[in-house]
Design a binder for this molecule. Sequence first.
Ligand code: SAM
Length: 260
Amino acid sequence: MYFDVFTLFPEVFPAYLETSILKRAKENDLLEVHLHDIRDWATDKHHTTDDTPYGGGGGMVMKPEPIFSAVQEILDIPPICPLVLLTPQGETFTQQKALAFSKLPRLALICGRYEGFDERIREHLVTEEISIGDYVLSGGELPALIVIEATTRLVPGALGDPDGASDDSFSSGLLEYPQYTRPPVFQGWKVPEVLQSGDHAVINRWRRNQSLLHTLQKRPDLLLKIDLTDADLKVLEQVVYESEIPGSDSIKKIIKQRKE
Ligand code: SAM
């Protein structure tokens, strides 16, 4: 997968890109990240990339000319691949979005700074807008790294274990089941016996049930978005009717609908 990143701070990327899974993905020719310093396309003596906002107000706004010129030279206009503006106003980035991105051969990201972008970049240049969550950072560099990492993990071959991402939280629409490693007893707390039984069918069912219960406790909203089997509904029903879990009313409604 090939990423183009347009940024005013290319120097913040290499340390992270040269670590762990991303480093290995690069070494295995599964990932290429090309960093483009927007300042290189500023034509004035001081390489200015920002200016004061029309209408007044505090802060500076990223000028359109250097960003349009950079994109024109690297990707052409309209761009030859999806061009994402990183902004808190965008569509929230999810595992499903990362999966969709991982199927693309090339993706370009524009990182903002200051008070954000001249609106004409949003209106006439980019193909989509992505936010990494409902909070505001000082720049789009961390969001870009987040998009690159979440996407690259899903490129076939990027994780050592080919099934590594399939059980991760959100991949199946549920949160992941609890994980344990040695020792079997730590400070008196035991690893559940079922995990040491060697019976994979039983282990898989236990994991699915635990995923359902964790999701019910921590993110009941996710259960409303996925297809649940009859066995899943039975597990949820038992818990929902026995305890007061926030959000369980909506799950009760689903269980009732499914039974009708
Ligand atoms: N004034 C802008 C607004 O309210 O929408 C926020 C500008 S922010 C201080 C500077 C830059 O950081 C943004 O242009 C964007 O590239 C990046 N950024 C900040 N928070 C982000 C988020 N939650 N998701 C994606 N990018 C973000």
